[in-house]
Design a binder for this molecule. Structure first.
Ligand code: GDP
Ligand code: MG
Length: 313
């Protein structure tokens, strides 16, 4: 005879795309849901054109454990004028379609601006469950919230509307509970402890590795490995990151360094800019190039921490 209580709990996991105009409070909301000040990402996700900005765990009332992977799709909704930009926006939108749920965050104080309206219009195209999150309710009288709800739902109907103050964490648990129930049944997509800072180190390594690849892929016959060796939070809120780019031979070291160190400087500048954007704070990045034959081959290093070296799903 089986006893229900001895079964492992059921699992759910999925992606929730968080969209909204700049300043709506997306980052604040994600941080409030994740419960720590981290944003994380792994190579798997970049291949689906989504950027993981947080992972939240929640238990449903029936005991189901749910992993909510919060993603954003950078640049989706900017008004794209040039052809290349339009192509990029289209690609990002495709990424949002890969999510399981989409949530639109609106700054209730500033109301429905042109950008929010454009996003809502665009959401008509999706078959995903849509949720509306009116944020900053600490600043807004209730009647205005009801008007706003009606105005937004007239543009596109939402499954439900939440009224929250991300800053004061008011109503945030309800939103998370809804996401947790809305993502599909299935195994977790990430190791449970991903909200620690090891993934941040990995993220930092990935950003630099991507720059090495983008800037040198024709000259380096393989992908260099990047290791984040030091991660130091500084009192002024900035972070100091030291990384080693592992290559296999002296000749490759020279390629990565470039003439007079120009190439590594350029790699470092781009990576630093991107990291500082992702982490939303100042980043001091120091890169060293090291010839280490074995390390570059050591895929086991990646596998032990649950990542696919090749970035394949
Ligand atoms: P994002 O651009 O959508 O990621 O917005 P942010 O999360 O960076 O927030 C933009 C600004 O709004 C920041 O100054 C936040 O502190 C502020 N903010 C976010 N949520 C709230 C809220 O619930 N109430 C108030 N009063 N301010 C908020
Ligand atoms: Mg933000």
């Amino acid at each position: 005879m089986s006893d229900v209580n001895t079964h492992p709990p059921a699992m759910r996991a999925g992606f929730v795309a968080i969209v909204g105009a700049p300043n709506a409070g997306k980052s604040t909301l994600v941080n409030a849901m994740v419960g720590s000040k981290v944003s994380i990402v792994s190579p798997k996700v970049q291949t689906t054109r989504m950027r993981v900005i947080g992972i939240a765990m929640a238990d449903l009332p029936d005991g189901t454990r749910s992993q909510v992977v919060l993603v954003d799709t950078p640049g989706i909704f900017r008004i794209a004028k040039r052809r290349l930009e339009r192509a990029m926006v289209a690609a990002a939108w495709q990424g949002a379609k890969d999510a399981d749920v989409v949530a639109l965050v609106v700054d209730a104080e500033s109301g429905v601006g042109a950008e929010t309206r454009a996003i809502a219009e665009r959401l008509k195209e999706t078959a995903l469950p849509r949720y509306l999150i009116l944020n900053k309710i600490d600043l807004v009288p209730r009647p205005k919230l009801l008007d706003l709800t009606a105005e937004m739902n007239a543009i596109v109907p939402f499954e439900s509307t939440f009224m929250v103050s991300a800053l004061q964490k008011d109503g945030v648990a309800d939103v998370l509970a809804q996401f947790a129930a809305a993502v599909p049944p299935g195994p977790f997509l990430y190791p449970e402890d991903q909200a620690a800072d090891l993934p941040l180190r990995l993220l930092a390594s990935e950003v630099t590795r991507e720059q090495v690849f983008l800037q040198l892929h024709q000259e380096l016959p393989y992908e260099a490995a990047v290791e984040t060796e030091q991660w130091t939070e500084r009192p002024d809120g900035s972070v100091r990151i030291e990384q080693i780019i592992h290559v296999q031979r002296d000749g490759q070291r020279a390629i990565v360094l470039g003439k007079g160190g120009a190439r590594i400087k350029s790699i470092g500048e781009r990576a630093r800019r991107e990291l500082s954007q992702m982490l939303e704070r100042k980043v001091h990045l120091f890169l060293h190039v090291k010839v280490s034959e074995r390390w570059a081959e050591d895929r086991a290093h990646y596998q032990t921490i649950g990542l696919d070296y090749d970035g394949k799903a």
